[in-house]
Write a protein of this length. Sequence first.
Length: 258
Amino acid sequence: MNERIGLLPAAGRGSRLGPIPCSKEIMPLGFQSPTSKEADWIPVTTIERHLQAFSLAQVQQVGIIVGNTKWDIVSYLGNGKRLNLSLAYFFQESLNGMPFALDLTYSWIKEATILFSMPDTLITPIDAMTKLVEHHETTKADVTLGLFETDTPKKFGMVELNDKREIIGFVDKPEKTDLSLMWGCAAWSPVFTRFMHQYLKDINLPGKEIVLSDLFLAALDKGLTFEPLLVEGQYHDIGTPDSFQAAVYDLARQQIAN
């Protein structure tokens, strides 16, 4: 089994939330109650939830890609010691799309099994990533995608399945569609890592931004194998005020239930 490495792209500006006091990935969604009388309450942030999910999935190293405005993430997380993880940071100078951000880590990750999620999202349950990578390594697919039901497809990368529940297509943020499943997290093998590196090396930048769904579609067309896993849980993108509030509410509701 290849070493498992987590990747979190956090270079984007987060302008949809307006003038916030820190990077959205470390904006507290609430607070976690202490485990003992001596412990302090600690803030719950989306990026830490993803790091906790990686840790549960037996990841020991995580690469975080940051941009010019995201140094507060580095200061907040540090080297990852308090999370029992080893964190490495990569700097994206030009914000030319998520695939290019991920490719900055190529020489570091190219022989690993990659666990990928977006740190400005909240995914529940927290063991979803563990189930995803276990499914990935069982099926030996090149790419395994965690799929979530959504009624707002124009906000997400949508996935098309055939009658056999096989992935046959991708549509990014469609204005109109009958598709109801979006991909929200992923695990992939070195085969896809190498494919992405070569694809980005060869491509001439088009007028529109390249998104990860474009890479998935290109890899599917080239014959790489894809495996879906329907996640029984919730997926929140905290990039807008209304979705941020929804994530806060969902997290608070779970804490009350527990």
